[in-house]
Design a protein around this ligand. Structure first.
Ligand SMILES: [Zn+2]
Length: 414
């Protein structure tokens, strides 16, 4: 039982009881009598969140900094450099890098994660298999969803279509796609929508990653989503070109995205680093227009995308880092904005990847992160290192010591 916790949207301190890996109940602290809980954690007013959700990450190509011959100066260069490095990716190394992301993310409170595993003629299905292996060995730390991701394109990388089909048969959770590879976007979207429909899986696409106002596949994706009756089952990452078109047009596109129930996943660590270069730099920051999408009622989440590689030579697998960066870059500085941003790495990210068993409510999985912060704003600004993390009711990170009462424990550093 966790007592004395601060929970978003609730004014008094809360008590959360856990039984057999699930939440038994959530109630006002003062309404719950001293009872025979096996262990009581005294949260001392710390902020309890339902665990962070990392909605978009790449495992097999994380932690490549020491192998890079130089820094990537454009998206095309980052893709080309990584494609060359992929030729030397061995299964054991991919598993090791993925495991490192798992451990780092878990330590920081991530309890669910969706990764995009690259499927192409060079890697074949080895990145999918590495993700499956780590899901198996480290599944006690967090739940992993795997997207089959054709980073090098489908038509322009012969053999990929068949590999995508094979990946579905291996049991991946979603169909991936990319609208900015050098091939016919309509043909690419035809393929991925058909594959998703045939296997009854959601779609999670890399979309419009540029400052080029002419790249606007998201509108076509929204129309296709509605036509296919797939509202609520489609997510799109990046969508940064939308921030580079005239406001009126962007508003119309945002309305269409909202109507299609597409979740947009902002990836600020990568987007701010890769976009906004060249002669357009003074005009565009390269970011998803988060404020516009929120205003239009689009479900917006935020993710890390990459960790320490040519696309993103940064990253600690910490959703609070992502939220903090977005706070500055999207000019979301109020206390209320802090709540919105935490929602983007918890509830919204959970919806974006289709989680149903998530949240601080009875019967949901007992997945939590407890922060020594009295408010959402403090959590965002402090990004505290002392965090207690539970997955399925088992503490996976943090330390507690004996507390003042029988069976009670106090988190270290609170
Ligand atoms: Zn990505």
């Amino acid at each position: 039982m966790i007592r004395g916790a601060t929970i978003r949207g609730m004014s008094d301190r809360q008590c959360v009881a856990v039984h057999a890996g699930k939440i038994a109940f959530v109630a006002s602290d003062h309404s719950v009598p001293e009872m025979e809980a096996h262990v009581v954690i005294e949260a001392k007013g710390g902020l309890l969140l339902p665990g962070f959700v990392e909605p978009h990450i790449h495992l097999e190509k994380a932690y490549l900094l020491s192998e890079m011959e130089k820094e990537a100066e454009s998206l095309a260069e980052a893709i080309a450099m990584t494609a060359r490095m992929k030729e030397n990716f061995r299964p054991a190394d991919m598993i090791e890098r993925a495991a490192r992301v798992f451990r780092e993310a878990s330590k920081r409170g991530v309890v669910h994660m969706r990764c995009h595993a690259e499927v192409d003629p060079v890697l074949g299905l080895s990145a999918v298999e590495a993700a499956l292996a780590v899901r198996e060995s480290l599944g006690h730390l967090l739940d992993l969803q795997i997207v089959a991701f054709p980073q090098e394109g489908i038509m322009c990388a012969p053999g990929t279509a068949e590999l995508m089909e094979e990946a579905m048969k291996l049991g991946v959770d979603a169909v991936g796609g990319i609208t900015y590879q050098n091939e016919d976007t309509a043909e690419h979207l035809d393929f991925v929508f058909r594959l998703a429909e045939r296997y009854g899986k959601p779609l999670d696409l890399h979309v419009d990653f540029s400052d080029d106002p002419k790249q606007l596949a998201i509108a076509d994706i929204a129309r296709r989503t509605i036509a296919a009756g797939m509202q609520g089952s489609v997510s799109a990452g990046h969508v940064t070109s939308l921030g580079a078109i005239p406001r009126m047009e962007a508003e119309q596109a945002a309305d269409l995205i909202a109507e299609a129930g597409i979740s947009i996943i902002s990836l600020p660590l990568t987007d701010l680093f890769m976009n906004g270069r060249g002669e357009r730099a003074p005009l565009h920051r390269g970011l998803t227009p988060v404020e516009l999408l929120l205003k239009k009622g689009v479900q917006v989440a935020a993710g890390a995308n990459n960790v320490r590689n040519p696309f993103t030579p940064f990253g600690n697998c910490d959703p609070l880092d992502t939220a903090w960066l977005l706070a500055i870059a999207a000019r979301m500085g109020s206390a209320r904005d802090a709540g919105t941003l935490l929602g983007m790495v918890t509830d919204n990210a959970a919806s974006a990847i289709g989680l149903t068993n998530y949240g601080l409510r009875a019967d949901a999985g007992a997945d939590f992160v407890l922060l020594p912060s009295a408010t959402e704003r403090e959590a965002l600004l402090d990004k505290p290192a002392n965090r207690l993390v539970w997955k399925n009711g088992v503490m996976t990170a943090g330390e507690v010591t004996g507390g003042p009462r029988n069976r009670s424990m106090v988190p270290t550093g609170f």
